[in-house]
Design a protein around this ligand. Sequence first.
Ligand code: FES
Length: 110
Amino acid sequence: MFIIKASKYRNKIKKVLIDMAKVTILNEGVTFEVPDGSRLLEYAKKHSNMLFGCEQGKCGVCRCNIAKGFENLNQKTSEEEHTLTRLGAYPSQRLACKIIVKKGEVEIEY
Ligand code: FES
């Protein structure tokens, strides 16, 4: 009995200690939070109408512009760089399916 209660407490404490980043999809006027270090893909699919195709950084369907908070994202992988170069993307553009939100605030438009 005591072990079960302690386990419940531990889960609650973990939830409190997780820092959340704020993501705004400018063209939809939608803002949502993601745990620091989360892949944007699953949260964008849940909270926005952003389109995804391959979800592996190959097709480019999820190309988006980072209006604010570029420094709060992971580095581009070589695969993402390759796809963005092939598409003639601007330096401020990323593939949403390859984005990991590290922390802070990020503003995106697609
Ligand atoms: S969904 Fe294909 S590159 Fe992101």
